[in-house]
Structure formats: C-alpha cells, structure tokens
Design a binder for this molecule. Sequence first.
Ligand SMILES: Nc1nc2c(c(=O)[nH]1)N[C@H]1C(S)=C(S)[C@@H](COP(=O)(O)O)O[C@H]1N2
Ligand SMILES: [Mo]
Length: 320
Amino acid sequence: MNIKASEITSPESYAGRRQWLQWAASGVAGAALATWAQRDALANAPSSAWPALNHSTSKVAGAISIEAVTPAKHVTSYNNFYEFGMGKDDPERYAQQLPVDPWSVEVEGLVHKPGRWALENLLKLSPMEERIYRLRCVEGWSMVIPWVGYSLAELLRRVEPMGSAKFVEFVTVADVQHMRGLKSGVLSWPYTEGLRLDEAMHPLTLLAFGMYGHTLPKQNGAPLRLVVPWKYGFKSAKSIVKIRLVEAMPQSAWMKSAPHEYGFYSNVNPDVPHRRWSQATERRIGEGGLLAPKRKTERFNGYAEQVGQLYAGMDLQRNF
Ligand SMILES: Nc1nc2c(c(=O)[nH]1)N[C@H]1C(S)=C(S)[C@@H](COP(=O)(O)O)O[C@H]1N2
Ligand SMILES: [Mo]
C-alpha cells in the first residue's frame, strides 16, 4: 500500500484539538521543528502543532491494503505505557510532562562501534519511511497504525555487531520525577525488552520516530520506540535510551514479573492461549466498541510470509 495516511485522513482527525494544543505548548514541538526535516509544520493552523516528520512510503512494509487505518484519536488516547499508570487514558494524561529533548541512545555491548547517538543523528541516519502495520496487544485488542521510521537494521549495521552477539536488549527511560507509574511494583523498572539478533535485523522491525506523518506523541513512546509488528505489542518498547548487544537471551521486564505468561518470543499466535484467556480473536479499536464482531487473530499477526522462516524448526508452543 503506497498511500500516505495523511492523504486518507485529515490531520485534524488524527488527534483531538487538545492534543494539538498540548504539542504546540510543549517545548518539544519547537525544539523538534528546528531539527526535524519538515519545515512547513511551522504554519499557524492547529494541525501544524503536531510536528511533521518527512518520509517516503514503503513497499518493504508488508503493509495492509484492505484494512482501514485506525483514527489517530484512538491511537493517541488508548495506550499501554505503565510508567505513567495502568489506565488506558493515563499515558495521554500524564506523559506530556516527560522531557524528550535532548535525547540520546547509548549503543553498547558486543559491537565494534559502541557509542552514544544523539537523537538528531538518529533522525538523519536513514531515510524515513511510512509503514502501516497492525499492532496486536496481548490483551486481545488491535489497531492499524501508520508509523514513520526506518528498519532497526540500519542502526545495527552501523554499530557492527560482533560474531558473539546473539540478542539485542532494549532499555527504556525510567524518569522517576516525570513517570508516576514507577512508584508501582507491577514491573521492575526500567521497562526492558529483547529480540534475537536476526529478529532485530529483520527489515520489518522498525525504529519509529513518528506516526500519522508526525512525530511520536509522548504517550506513544516519544521520541523513538521499537515496532515489531508480528509480536505482541509489549515487545515494542517505547522511549528507548539504551540498546545493548549481548550473547545470552535477556530477561524482559514482563518475563521477570510473570514468566509463565510472557515468554521471550511472544509471537502473535492464535493457537497459543495466554494463561488466562484465548488469543484466537481480537477486537479492533475504533470498530464499534465492545459489541462489534471480533476479528480472527492471524499467525504472526498476518506477517507469517515475511517472518515465518525465522522460526523454522522451532516448537512455537514451547517457545511462546
Ligand atoms: N516503555 C514501555 N513500552 C511499552 C509499554 C510500556 O508499558 N512501557 N507497553 C507496551 C504495550 S503492552 C503495548 S500494547 C504497546 C502499545 O503501544 P501504543 O500505546 O503506542 O499503541 O506499547 C508497548 N511498549
Ligand atoms: Mo500490550
């Protein structure tokens, strides 16, 4: 699919007016505009309060041609970001104070070129593409989101992983002053996630800096996050500050808190139920609420053709 979401939906319908105004008021809007590619976002209309992010469309995406993109107002107001609380509307309400400028990402561990990457340099590292992906949360709901970013492989290649590197660990920000959820013991902070190196290098694995043609809202993981569309949403860590290449399989925050419910792989799989509920169907957010008919969940969230070979010969019931 080669249409920009911004050509389908008017910018005003991406997010509510409140969201636009918050972006306008926040320092990051101005700071980001100075460095981020698209300058015309400085115009005075409310729709330009959400900083634009320049991008081309992408064919590698394996994106979706028939399913409608979820209106941004849902994607920016129904969130999981436990650092800000466990309610679905907590992230939108409480994430706006999180400082995201300046920002940098430390790349360390088993790489020939470790170092700290300033956000400005990550933004310039590779051309931005729009990738329209399904996002399937382990809780049984899903969305279709037009992300903007580039393959994580672009960054990993530049840091030159050593032969001994087998896994990649992602560490996200734990800002006690601005994240009220860190007081809760649901997870051990910081929120961490991990991928096998070949999963991390797969072209579908996206380092996302934006959505709907604009920068990432804070509740969606500003200023940069991971998007792994064939895995349950919790693998797509938000607001990343560290990327570490390691030899042994890392323990994610979810594995530590509930090892029997959240495995390392967490590939979307309708045949492997969660300990407490079925994963056979899902509710598409924005499609008529709780009474709407559910959709059938697809193996690897519909990306089996692209990623199935990564798991050839593996028992996916055991390696859940
Ligand atoms: N740092 C961090 N990243 C996170 C989470 C979180 O609580 N903290 N929640 C995850 C879960 S469970 C999901 S479903 C997705 C939701 O992304 P979205 O709110 O942008 O739709 O983010 C994931 N990334
Ligand atoms: Mo999730």
